[in-house]
Write a protein that binds this ligand. Structure first.
Ligand code: G4P
Length: 541
């Protein structure tokens, strides 16, 4: 269906190509959530390898390492062996189009991770089968649950002796309260993974080992009834058959509708390292993850997938590639189709934004994009005046609900160590505030230094590193004497006292918060003003 021109448009812009709903139906947009070291990087590589998007695993990691040696702001990632910036991998396989958005997984929380989960339709939860569920996975899972994101589970490292599969399923059910329904089952849990049984196709999958698992070895599929274990491995096979019998008893195979509704999680077993169980998992991603669905804009209108183009900015990052020194806005497309060179409205400002420099992202690599539809994530380079959460759409009236703002939990003062670099200092802080790396909090009604608020302390470390390397402006981070914050509505600001341990501030978007030195200070204010609403979420504007 051709997309109608916006009625208020007088400029000539290229028309969007037609999008039909099947284009959305073949897309899957997801993030991987896991605890550090569970194998997310390895699994990502193997998904790309099995999808045919790379010919040899190791290339993504090699690129990441190569990049972090040339990129200075990535230094902190290299040093701490963590991934901080979300990257996007867009790839095709068998007619399916995947957008894999990397949700940084490190022990500290960062808002970037939350926002990444805002942009996807489902999550793949990777669990280290030798360790079970770990803290970071549980936290990320909670965010997914709040977002009502369907979750597919992959139990990794089954090539090593670990926790028994039945015990792992029990643990998932007990700790996250989501019934896990196995779709595949491992044969050999003693550190020798013989094969993976796909319970939906009744086939046993074997893969020959290759050097470092960098390429996929010879693969064989045998019907369960005909499969013979290797000599000496009969017991492992017998155990697997008994366990399969047990788990099948009383548990029907998972239905995609139940997964989409968050009633259960389908579970796949395997080993990313040895390429086992990856093909079934890839099938599972298409079978159990939902395709992009129409989103409702802030005024309650549903945006049909095949309607005019609309997208929301979920991440803004400057200097992603130090060779370019530019600013990339990442958009999640919600409806319509993107055409090269089109220009759209930023509904917050009413201004037109050219999408001439939109790129398909493959990690840090960029390719000029020619076509994108609902579910796709594209990076727009140097989209001026575009901020986190902005809606970019052909229809200027389309505006999506804001991306949630999280309460800062750590507070600091950033001190400029070189007085001559006053301008850079402010430009740097401004940029990091716009990207959502920090929240700059300006005291209201009293003179005072700006406080920097963050959700995870790592964000402060990243800030100091980026200020020094990108803005050439070294800073010192001094912790500020506040421990917690609450949002308040604008009309309550005048009633707030100026007293020790209580500070009213305004963030970059003009919203107000109160910072407290400790819980007692908050309780005292609440006692003094019982009607004052101290909120954990920003009031609707
Ligand atoms: P992450 O991104 O979640 O942090 O994990 P990553 O993939 O980097 O994997 C962490 C470690 O676990 C790596 O070992 C990796 O090789 C190993 N690993 C990943 N998947 C599997 C698996 O299925 N089986 C086994 N046995 N190991 C797995 P490393 O020694 O830290 O790094 P490397 O020297 O192997 O690169």
């Amino acid at each position: 269906m051709p997309v109608p021109a916006p009625s208020s448009s007088t400029e000539q812009t290229p028309r969007a190509a037609a999008v039909d709903t099947p284009a959305a139906a073949r897309r899957r947009t997801f993030a991987i959530i896991s605890h550090p070291d569970a194998g997310k990087t390895t699994l990502t590589e193997k998904i790309l390898l099995h999808a045919g998007a790379v010919s040899e695993a190791g290339s993504v990691r090699a690129r990441r390492q190569a990049r972090s040696t040339v990129s200075d702001w990535m230094e902190i990632e290299r040093r701490r062996g963590i991934s901080i910036s979300s990257t996007v991998l867009r790839f095709e396989s068998d007619g399916w189009l995947f957008n894999l958005v990397d949700a940084p997984g490190h022990a500290d929380f960062s808002e970037d991770t939350y926002r990444t989960l805002w942009a996807v339709d489902a999550a793949l939860m990777v669990v280290d089968g030798t360790r079970g569920l770990e803290q970071q996975t549980l936290k990320l899972f909670e965010v997914c649950r709040r977002r009502h994101l369907p979750i597919v589970t992959f139990i990794n490292k089954c090539d090593r002796p670990g926790i028994e599969p039945l015990a792992l399923l029990d643990e998932i059910e007990q700790r996250i309260g989501l019934p896990p329904i196995p779709v595949t089952w491992p044969v050999g849990t003693d550190g020798q993974l013989d094969a993976i049984v796909d319970l939906s196709t009744e086939a046993v999958a074997e893969v020959d080992a290759t050097a470092h698992g960098a390429t996929i070895g010879e693969q064989r599929l045998t019907p369960v009834a005909a499969w013979q274990p290797a000599p000496g491995r009969e017991k492992a096979w017998q155990d697997a058959l008994e366990e399969i019998e047990l788990v099948r008893h009383g548990t029907p195979s998972p239905s995609p509708a139940d997964v989409h509704a968050g009633r259960l999680t389908p579970v796949f077993f395997g080993s990313a390292l040895t390429n086992q169980g990856i093909n079934s998992l890839l099938d599972g991603l298409t079978r159990y993850m939902p395709s992009p669905q129409p989103l409702t804009s802030a005024d309650g209108r549903e945006q049909p997938l095949d309607g005019p183009f609309s997208a929301q900015v979920f991440k803004v990052q400057a200097n992603l590639d130090p060779r370019h020194r530019d600013r990339v806005a990442f958009l999640r497309v919600h409806s319509g189709s993107f055409a090269r060179g089109m220009s759209v409205y930023n509904s917050r400002t009413g201004r037109r934004v050219s999408l001439a420099h939109a790129h398909e992202m493959f990690g840090q690599e960029r390719e000029t994009i020619s076509e994108a539809g609902p579910g796709d994530v594209v990076g727009v380079v140097n989209a001026s005046g575009v901020l986190l959460g902005d809606t970019l759409a052909e229809d200027p009236a389309t505006r999506f609900p804001p991306i949630p703002a999280f309460l800062p939990e750590h507070f600091a003062y950033l001190r400029n160590l070189d007085g001559k670099r006053y301008k850079r200092f402010h430009a740097g802080l401004q940029q990091l505030d716009e990207e959502g790396v920090i929240r700059l909090l300006e005291p209201v009604a009293v003179d005072g230094e700006r406080v920097v608020g963050v959700v995870g302390p790592l964000q402060l470390e990243v800030t100091a590193e980026r200020m020094a390397t990108e803005f050439d402006c070294p800073v010192r981070v001094d912790m500020a004497p506040y421990e917690l914050a609450r949002w308040i509505s604008d009309d309550t600001v005048p009633s707030l006292p100026t007293r020790r341990g209580v500070l009213t501030v305004r963030d970059g978007a003009g919203r107000h918060l109160v910072l407290f030195s400790n819980r007692f200070a908050m309780e005292r204010l609440q006692q003094d003003q019982p009607d004052l609403q101290l909120l954990t979420e920003p009031p609707a504007s």
